[in-house]
Design a protein. Structure first.
Length: 362
């Protein structure tokens, strides 16, 4: 593969990563700041389109990136780095993805030599294990659903439960996204024929997941089973719906398919010089995703949260006003993130956190 093809492929992945980080900013601003003020209007729809999907895209890209890197020792070092940073970041927010991400990387490093078929089987097994756990354990254990907080996070039992089963991005079933990305990397999704087949396949899976979710989530309750369900997450429309909590099988298929679809489209854009030129700011943003992720958490808790609290106390914001302010803040951060990335890259090759990680881990 020549340098031109390599450059276009990497640009496509960076573009997808840029879209993923900007989508995650929207979702996380909403989760932290407006969870109690959700309103089913257009503003809510905008965020819902990214919820559980931007993160899925990010993890799928991680799987592809691990295959492209192909250095198990480096990956283990990066996993250790992410464990330290991720758990330190829990001081600000226990919904942070970085500590989960560290375990994804470590497990992915162990599976680096596996073929695409085996990785596909592992992806399916991850979803199957989660469904078995749903039948054996209480998905709501440790949660305060009214505030979307996890008070037991720092206890040994709560930590294990959160990490493996019922956190925001638990290993089961979220490892399926990682294994899917690794399988795509093994299949060389950068090749035109492979990515176009993946593009068509992702559309078919997405449509199929939607149809199956509609069917199983609305099965007629002829035996009164629904009347006996007290926990919302055990209801068919939750378990078999397309929401990310709980991450049921049709959500996993739908979010995985949408991730593959976006990656394929970004690779198509990155395959042309005009596409690379038009998408250059977002490509640059994707190259600094780690830095921007940490920056958005700081902005979220030290700027937006106090600002929103002040407006609610002095401005009497209603639900729609709260959503509008939150989304305006997220969009403002995203605009500044893109501009800041472009300006930074004019002087430096890598973002500050990316540089630090590479200096430490190689």
């Amino acid at each position: 593969m020549n340098n031109r093809t390599d450059d276009s492929r990497i640009s496509g992945f960076d573009l997808a990563r840029g879209l993923a980080i900007l989508g995650m900013v929207l979702v996380n601003f909403d989760v932290v700041l407006s969870y109690e003020h959700r309103d089913p209007d257009l503003l809510r729809t905008i965020v819902s389109a990214c919820t559980g999907r931007a993160s899925a895209l990010f993890v799928t890209l991680a799987g592809i990136g691990m295959i492209l890197l192909g250095k198990r020792a480096v990956l283990f070092k990066r996993a250790l780095f992410l464990v330290v940073v991720g758990y330190a970041w829990q001081i600000f927010w226990t919904g942070d993805i970085l500590h989960y991400y560290a375990f994804y990387v470590a497990i992915g490093a162990l599976c680096l030599s596996l073929g695409p078929l085996t990785l596909g089987v592992l992806a399916a097994a991850s979803i199957g294990i989660f469904m078995l756990l749903m039948g054996a354990l209480d998905y709501g254990a440790g949660w305060n659903w009214a505030t979307l907080e996890y008070p037991e996070f720092w206890t040994p039992r709560g930590q294990l439960r959160n990490l493996f089963f019922n956190g925001f991005h638990p290993l089961f079933p979220w490892l399926a996204f990682l294994f899917t990305g690794m399988a795509l990397g093994k299949l060389e999704i950068g090749r035109p024929k492979v990515r176009r087949l993946a593009l068509v396949g992702s559309v078919l899976i997405f449509i199929g997941a939607q149809m199956l979710s509609d069917h199983f989530g609305s099965v007629e309750d002829t035996r009164g089973y629904m009347l006996q369900i007290k926990e919302w997450y055990k209801a068919p429309d939750s378990l078999y719906g397309l929401g990310s909590m709980p991450p049921g099988p049709f959500y996993m298929l739908s979010a995985g398919a949408s991730a593959v679809f976006v990656i394929c489209l970004c690779l198509e854009v990155g395959a042309t010089r005009i596409g690379q030129w038009l998408a250059a700011p977002l490509i640059t943003c994707g190259q600094m995703a780690f830095t921007l992720y940490l920056a958005h958490v700081l902005a979220l808790f030290f700027l937006m949260a106090p600002l929103l609290e002040w407006f609610q106390e002095h401005g009497g914001l209603n639900r729609t006003g709260t959503m509008a302010l939150v989304l305006s803040g997220a969009m403002a951060f995203n605009v500044l993130a893109v501009l800041g990335s472009v300006l930074w890259k004019r002087r430096y090759d890598r973002g500050p956190i990316e540089y630090l990680m590479r200096r430490i881990t190689g």
